[in-house]
Design a protein around this ligand. Structure first.
Ligand SMILES: C[S@@+](CC[C@H](N)C(=O)[O-])C[C@H]1O[C@@H](n2cnc3c(N)ncnc32)[C@H](O)[C@@H]1O
Length: 253
């Protein structure tokens, strides 16, 4: 029988950007370590280097894998690979042409949030993991300094709790992209997805989130799913299919 996954240990490296590292360790109540200290099993390190916050892990061969949020890259990649972005935009916008108020309740690395914000929509993004939040917020600050103005507004919060506290807040569209179950057939997921998986292994309750979201979206709830995966709950009104993923759309009445 498979045991419970080992909890991930997160540490912050002390380095030349000491003040930032110390403030981060304090904010997240994480231990500070020397960059030269040996890697612990099942650990992730946060490192500031050249004013960029990286989350690092080591692969089984001992090679470091570094993840950062780079929204300039998201924008330029999107220009090259419009298809996936267009599918998302088609799913969230429907026939509407005016800017929408969108809640991305499962922001992750905020790539989808960025694509929606770049289209001129007002995007409030929620991420439950404080580590992922810090890495993405660091990228958003660098993007703002680089003059990118259409950015999502990111908050660190669990979405069901946030929606419950902000009980009057309605959105035009609510977007959900909970973590897919790992498919044994696929090649290793991209390194930012591997990191997200390790940091969010305890994720549960996507069905509760979907049913709450349906009561708070004026137009629709959009859920990203693997192309052949089941729906998150109930039957969507329709789906928009891509090569590997699809968007399930639940219309509001
Ligand atoms: C598959 S990733 C999302 C990827 C994202 N669409 C992107 O473009 O980068 C799922 C993320 O949702 C977050 N998440 C899952 N359930 C959540 C919840 N109830 N509240 C807030 N965040 C949640 C996880 O922590 C994880 O980072």
């Amino acid at each position: 029988m498979l045991g419970k996954p080992e909890p991930v240990i997160v540490q912050v490296e002390i380095n030349s950007e000491n003040d930032k590292a110390q403030a981060l360790a304090e904010r997240l109540s994480l231990p500070l370590i020397e960059a030269s200290s040996p890697w612990l099993a099942n650990s992730i390190r946060l490192r500031y280097q050249d004013a960029v916050l990286y989350a690092l892990s080591v692969d089984p061969a001992g090679a470091e894998m570094a993840v950062k949020a780079d929204f300039q890259q998201v924008l330029s990649t999107r220009r090259r690979q419009q298809a996936q972005g267009e599918l998302l935009i088609k799913a969230v916008q429907g026939r509407q042409r005016q800017p929408l108020f969108i809640l991305d309740a499962t922001a992750g690395m905020a790539v989808d949030s960025m694509v929606m914000a770049a289209m001129g929509h007002q995007v409030l993004a929620l991420e439950q993991s404080s580590v992922v939040y810090e890495v993405v917020q660091d990228g958003l600050q660098r993007a703002a300094h680089a003059g990118i103005s259409l950015l999502p507004d990111l908050h660190q919060a669990e979405a069901v709790a946030w929606l419950t506290i902000n009980a009057e807040q309605m959105f035009d569209v609510i977007y959900l992209d909970p973590m897919f179950a790992e498919s044994s057939k696929r090649a290793l997921p991209r390194k930012n997805m591997q990191l997200l998986r390790r940091l969010t292994e305890a994720q549960t309750g996507s069905e509760t989130l979907l049913s709450l979201a349906k009561t708070r979206a004026r137009l629709r709830v959009v859920v990203k799913r693997p192309l052949k995966g089941g729906s998150l709950a109930g039957s969507p009104d329709y789906s928009i299919k891509g090569q590997r993923i699809r968007f399930d759309i639940y219309q509001s009445n």
